[in-house]
Design a protein. Sequence first.
Lengths: 260, 598
Amino acid sequence: MSNNNAQRTVTVRIQRFNPDTDKKPYMQDYQVEMKPGMTVLDALHEIKTHQDGTVTYRRSCRHAICGSCAMHINGRNTLACNTPLKNEVTHKNTVTIGPLPYLPVIKDMVVDRTTFWEEYLRVKPWLIPPDDIPEKEFRMSQDEVKALHDAETCIMCGACYSSCAVIGLNKKYIGPHALLKSFMRVLDPRDSSPAERLEEVSGADGVYRCHTIFNCIDACPKGLNPTQAIETLRKLAQKRQKLEEARRERQKHLNEPIPA
Amino acid sequence: MPNSEVITHDVIIVGAGLAGSWAAMATAQQGVKDVGVLSKIHPLRSHSGAAQGGIAAALNNVRPVPGTGPRGPLEQIPVGDELVDSTELHMFDTIKGSDWLGDQNAIEIMVNDAIDVIYEYEHMGCVFSRTPDGRIAQRRFGGHSAPRANYAADRTGHVLLHTIHEQALYHGVKFYAEWYVMDLIVEDNAVRGVVAIDVLTGKIHLLRAKAVMFGTGGYGRAFKITSNAYANTGDGVAIAYDAGVPLMDMEFVQFHPTGLYQHGILMSEACRGEGGYLINKNGERFMEKYAPDKMELAPRDLVSRSEQTEIDEGRGVMDDGQGIFLDMRHLGREKILERLPQVRDIAIDFVHVDPIDDPVPIQPTAHYSMGGIPTDVHGQVIADASGTPVVGFYAAGEAACVSVHGANRLGTNSLLEASVFGRRAGYAIAEFIKGGAKLLPVTGDPAERSRQAVKELLDNPGTELVEDIAQELKANMTMNCGIFRDEERLNIALDKVHELQQRFKNARVMDKGSRFNTDLLATLEAKHLLTFSEVIVKGALNRTESRGAHSRTDHPKRDDEDWLKHTIAHKGEDGRPQFSYKDVTLYWDRFPPQERKY
Ligand SMILES: Cc1cc2nc3c(=O)[nH]c(=O)nc-3n(C[C@H](O)[C@H](O)[C@H](O)COP(=O)(O)OP(=O)(O)OC[C@H]3O[C@@H](n4cnc5c(N)ncnc54)[C@H](O)[C@@H]3O)c2cc1C
Ligand code: FES
């Protein structure tokens, strides 16, 4: 498959930092034999298990679904597990890896996502269903499902959050990940509180804080578009009462087949 | 390591995948609010989120278009038309899939609870794919005789996991993310709590509780080629066994037919459910020979063996002949983009093949752990073949063995099992607590014992790399305890495991620090792999028959006379597994054992 990928040694330059022992972050180089099909995560694994067990990062699924391994690779936020090593090796035969920016570093590539999860919790990620629960499923149209598709694909890796210039300025901000979640609930015909949700996200630290710099779009390893979702939330926030009424109307028919 | 406080909860749940999160949510929902959930990775990173294809329940939303035969295209069932599925049929398929080793009382509960659990997910906000009239969409899956895999594109596990985690948060469950449980405390056959490392600080804590539940997931990481996440190291299984709790049917390990060639990463069975073919070097759809009726949608044990036979007989693809082609080109771009977007990305990312244009090289991959901690249908862990409860200890999901999958699990039945029995365990725990369960005393200082054990590992000047030991184990398990087994190879496997257990004593942890020491965790995980692998191999050696995923070339027939029974393994005084056997619960009048043909 990857036959254009002759074996060679590459330099993996890692930003090291353990607050218990180091005054400040420093760079450390490791040499790795590049095997066909190797990912950046494979290279880190090779280093950790055979050269230096103190090199620390998060990982689990190794196929871009669990969201553990987001990091800063050659100046860009992405997932280590689905990034081919050979694509990242520069002309100097080097790949540079560090933690997601703007977040406190726990150790090497492990960052503290506390604020990230707090904002997620703040938008009430759970559905607020109508009082009337049918015996079977709520009926949703294929188009209604499609509208949620992107938001629903989000793996909460934090690549967007930590690429966001607003977060970089250390401002209180709900953040693209949580706004995307909020978007998903606001658009779900089964959710009964779109107006309240829009109220919550349209405060000073909500949708208007977004400077539409689009960093989050470039950063998203799943190819999602949080900025667009944020813009939609802004528009909906303007007419939230109308949306609330339309939702009430829609919810009268949640129990009925979608007309052909 | 610095000293640390004792933490107390009414209920401690270990694991935040579907099983653990359901148990936590259900317990809290029933009014028992003091629930702490420990997970070695953030809950949303749990392996349940990697599940792709679907979750089974006989909802009767779709059927093959009339007149197109059982493999024809699917359509929604018009209101009032005849139904194609039933819980009875789901039950029969599961029993047959299990090669009659599944306990039929547990299977009956699972297929009945299935319908309600899926609707509960939907009411909690899970975004399923839909039929044109707005019902939950369903597809076909191997071994199921009706389309009953309810799905959300090809990231079903992801949406289920996010939904149940949100609900657990809503109900006020407290999560300890990145806490690694290393010991279970059982005294006089009653649970007392667990010992866990707070990964961030490295502090080791005693956590006491009236009830403890394990939803710690599977053990696929004991094999070289596997679909499983790094986290699936069977910790819970090994920890329980070390605490004196038995393990059941550990020799039954499922190999999934379509792992990516050389990577093992899963290409969902939905690829075949949607109509994909398996092709050998000569371009033949070889399943014609092995399962003329169900073809590619025969159950996984059979399809994996068929692939391995093609490979062993020289009809494999790729340079080394170790691959098979999964051909989806005829499904067309639109269907692949709509129904299998994640699978397509995976093929492009890891083997640089776009399934729209080319066949994808695959090979069988260790996928699912049928065995585990034995429980009754309420998630209550049992201590022996006669069903004596381990008071206050519960388990569910892939770590448990209830047993609904018997010798071979059908696809989509395990998300279901984790949900149904996680929820049931939650209800049972709430009852147990409300019934006046007590916080039982703990003898001595178990946390101090664990601290000593960790100190010994860290201080060991050993020369062996943990990774080398783990890799040798995995290669050994795949080669000698894999799809096809025989006495000779299993003996080699067992010797190797014993040798590696010895060598582990000379293992060196490179990271000596306390902060976020994942090197230490990997070492504990490797120890767990070595612990339960011995039980797998020894159980496989004892079982002189072929049943489901356990295929002995020297005993190729199923032997109901001697082996229609569950394997139970306790850790003996000498540290070696001691075996006893437990009857399978069968409804002889309804589902007596039959020959298993597809
Ligand atoms: C790639 C893939 C695809 C699959 N697709 C399907 C499918 O389509 N349909 C289907 O039905 N099944 C599928 N399965 C199987 C199914 O996903 C699993 O069986 C199921 O999700 C297991 O859920 P669980 O809750 O038991 O465990 P998991 O989701 O694995 O969760 C285990 C939890 O335990 C925690 N844990 C483990 N050890 C420790 C420890 N020492 N200390 C603290 N916490 C610990 C982990 O952090 C985690 O939270 C698939 C499996 C794989 C590998
Ligand atoms: S390891 Fe799961 S997203 Fe990379």
